[in-house]
Design a binder for this molecule. Structure first.
Ligand SMILES: NC(=O)c1ccc[n+]([C@@H]2O[C@H](COP(=O)([O-])OP(=O)(O)OC[C@H]3O[C@@H](n4cnc5c(N)ncnc54)[C@H](OP(=O)(O)O)[C@@H]3O)[C@@H](O)[C@H]2O)c1
Length: 345
């Protein structure tokens, strides 16, 4: 296993990939910019950074491209097209693998195929280390503290707007798998039509109409926590933006390149008579994905991770420590455990 090599960012020319490269540089880590198009990789980033252009259809070439790499961060989606070949190659080359997928089937496939090979290679495969997926997984893990069992978990995501990237639109079109929820402790298809309701979000959103729309957090949470019922809700206003083909991609409105989009992730966990809650609020779901996945890369490099295998964020890392680190490092990100609701111990 490589322990000191650089961090290869595949999909570095993309919107999220650019945030990830900036975050790696900001933290003093060494990025290698990679992607399928030599022209776009050459134009990505600035300064004297190493660049590698390669597609994902030649396993031998892929392994060679990753030979000296310690951590692969996959930002190229739809991940249904990229995750398995890149993660396979990373494991074969002795590199850790992280991605930012929101697609449930991708996480299922990676867990099913690569847990054994990753354990044998002594590396970690951690998909969905991102706003959708990892953030909720870390919040639920932090709320449960040392416990692994809950009767019910609700993950409610509120966005004031959604300016989708081309990658988000392509991923939505590509992902035709039935979405999964957890009921009776098992993964089952989301009811059709998806249940709707209202959710009383913390400020600035307040009460909002929501629809159940599960992302990769369902698969990661189910991987390591014994949850009876797991529901994921999204407010409906940003879905109107997403469904409107004229909604533009995100535009930078601050010195960090972030859009003006605001998010709240509200996680409520119930076990018996105990109820506990965690809330994360911040700005720009694409931008905040970079510190989340780079926090993972940094911990895989410096040894602050638990073992090997294809695992959930809350298994690979100390969830409370990761969240505290993110809150310290990301301007405007607030993570709290609201008064009256206690973490379970
Ligand atoms: N879970 C989350 O919270 C979260 C957060 C952010 C992003 N994402 C996901 O991350 C993905 C990228 O988003 P984005 O905003 O960065 O989109 P983007 O700006 O459109 O960039 C997409 C990138 O993926 C590359 N790519 C797409 N298909 C590929 C393939 N088959 N082989 C190799 N490279 C491929 C593109 O390469 P080219 O430049 O050569 O076209 C480009 O670099 C999307 O799936 C999005 O949903 C998830």
């Amino acid at each position: 296993m490589n322990t000191s090599g650089p961090v290869l960012v595949y999909g570095a020319p993309g919107h999220t990939g650019r945030f990830v490269v900036d975050e790696l540089l900001h933290r003093g880590l060494v990025p290698v910019l990679a992607g399928r198009s030599a022209d776009r990789v050459a134009a990505a980033g600035s300064g004297d950074l190493e660049r590698r252009a390669f597609g994902l259809d030649d396993p031998a070439r892929l392994r060679a491209a990753l030979a000296d790499i310690a951590v692969v961060v996959n930002c190229a989606g739809p991940f249904l097209d990229t995750a398995l070949p890149l993660a396979r190659a990373a494991v074969a080359a002795g590199a850790h693998y992280l991605d930012v997928t929101a697609e449930q089937q991708v996480v299922r496939d990676l867990y099913a195929e690569l847990d054994g090979p990753a354990r044998a290679a002594g590396v970690a495969v951690v998909p969905a280390m991102a706003f959708y997926g990892g953030l909720a997984d870390l919040l639920v893990t932090a709320v449960l503290a040392d416990e692994t069992r809950a009767d019910e978990v609700d993950v409610a995501i509120g966005l004031d707007r959604w300016w989708p990237t081309a990658g988000t639109r392509a991923t939505g079109a590509r992902n035709t798998f039935a979405r999964q929820v957890v009921r009776g402790g098992r993964l089952v298809p989301l009811p059709d039509p998806a249940p709707t309701g209202t959710w009383d979000f913390p400020p600035p959103l307040g009460e909002q109409p929501v629809v159940q729309l599960p992302f990769s957090e369902v698969i990661t949470i189910h991987r390591h926590l014994d949850v009876g019922e797991l529901r994921s809700h999204l407010n409906t206003a940003p879905l109107d933006d997403l469904h409107d083909t004229s909604t533009p991609p995100p535009a930078a409105t601050d010195e960090h390149g972030r859009s003006a989009q605001r998010f709240v992730v509200d996680v409520v966990v119930r076990r018996g008579a105990d109820r506990a809650r965690a809330v994360a609020a911040g700005r720009d779901i694409y931008a905040v994905t970079a510190p989340i996945v780079v926090e993972g890369a940094a911990r895989l490099l410096d040894g602050r991770h638990r073992g090997a295998g294809a695992v959930a964020p809350g298994t690979a890392f100390d969830a409370r420590d990761v969240l505290a680190s993110l809150e310290r490092g990301v301007e405007g990100l607030a993570i709290g455990y609201p008064v009256g609701d206690q973490r379970m111990r």
